[in-house]
Design a protein around this ligand. Structure first.
Ligand SMILES: C[S@@+](CC[C@H](N)C(=O)[O-])C[C@H]1O[C@@H](n2cnc3c(N)ncnc32)[C@H](O)[C@@H]1O
Length: 280
């Protein structure tokens, strides 16, 4: 029986397909980020996670910290997260533009800003870093990750330089994701287009569920058969393959190791930085 997908599910899939958050690259980036936090910040009372999106990393932080406040400019994300993580007692979500929000100063142990800085121009990035520094208590840290390979307007050196104006860089990690990204992006687009086509009702689950006769007699079965094949077999198979490829740690490791050896261009890699607030 073809599964019917309701409108809300289709909308959710189209906006932020669930498989994106389980990508091998995402898991690896979070793993490196958490390692840096664990290594350099022994006790965390309060964390601000800026640009939390689906809250996946905020939830991981909530296992290390007494309290996590996660912010995002997108109200839908925050609403979804508030439902999804309502049982996580030490995690709260707020909606707003980080640069404009009034936030307490001098009390956070960590501000994390993963994949957020490239939303801003250079002047705004400075404002961002200055504000994050002000929110931190003495010796507090900032955690940053940035896909400098698609950011265009900054590279590894300029990002490190900018962070260095407000913080002392403690440790950085480089992930050679440039080549992997060229594989990952078409798969994401492929999955997105499947969701998009499903959304447009180009495929036929709803027609089949209605059990209506569109054609007389056996013509109905015959003419709908190719669509049934599509709905029941080809589309689920294409989706399953895409998801498996995105989640494959093996593929990710092979491609990133290959890049590290053959294309070790740090300026176009993914950078993770842990930096400590400068002592004035
Ligand atoms: C690429 S996502 C990164 C999500 C998550 N931090 C991660 O690493 O997977 C960037 C998020 O930053 C949010 N964002 C962009 N500009 C922002 C701003 N000015 N204030 C707060 N959030 C912002 C976006 O809405 C988006 O959800």
């Amino acid at each position: 029986m073809t599964q019917q997908i309701d409108d809300a599910t289709i909308e959710r899939l189209a906006n932020e397909p669930w498989y994106v958050s389980a990508r091998a690259s995402q898991i690896d980036r979070f793993r490196h980020s958490l390692k840096l936090v664990n290594k350099h910040i022994p006790q965390i009372q309060l964390v601000y996670d800026i640009g939390c999106a689906n809250g996946q990393f905020s939830q991981m932080l909530s296992r290390l910290a007494d309290r996590v406040v996660a912010l995002d400019i997108n109200p839908e994300r925050i609403e979804q997260n508030q439902c999804k993580y309502e049982l996580v007692e030490n995690l709260t979500f707020s909606v707003g533009n980080f640069l404009e929000m009034e936030l307490p100063v001098g009390c956070a142990d960590l501000v994390s800003a993963l994949e957020v800085l490239y939303y801003f121009n250079e002047e705004q990035q400075r404002q961002f870093l200055a504000k994050a520094a002000a929110m931190l208590r003495r010796n507090g840290c900032i955690l940053i990750s940035a896909n400098v390979f698609f950011a265009g307007h900054f590279d590894t050196q300029s990002l490190q330089g900018l962070v260095g104006e407000y913080f002392d860089v403690v440790e950085t990690r480089t992930i050679y994701r440039n080549l992997y990204y060229k594989i990952e992006l078409p798969i994401i687009r492929w999955l997105d287009s499947i969701n998009y086509l499903t959304k447009l009702r180009i495929f036929t689950p709803n027609i089949l569920l209605l059990k209506r006769k569109f054609y007389p007699g056996f013509w109905n079965t015959l003419l709908l058969r190719p669509s049934q094949l599509m709905d029941r077999f080809l589309i689920p198979l294409a989706r399953w393959m895409g998801i498996r490829l995105l989640q494959s740690m093996l593929l990710y490791r092979i491609v990133t190791s290959f890049s590290k050896i053959f294309f070790p261009d740090e300026s176009r890699s993914q950078l993770i930085i842990l930096a400590r607030k400068k002592n004035q």
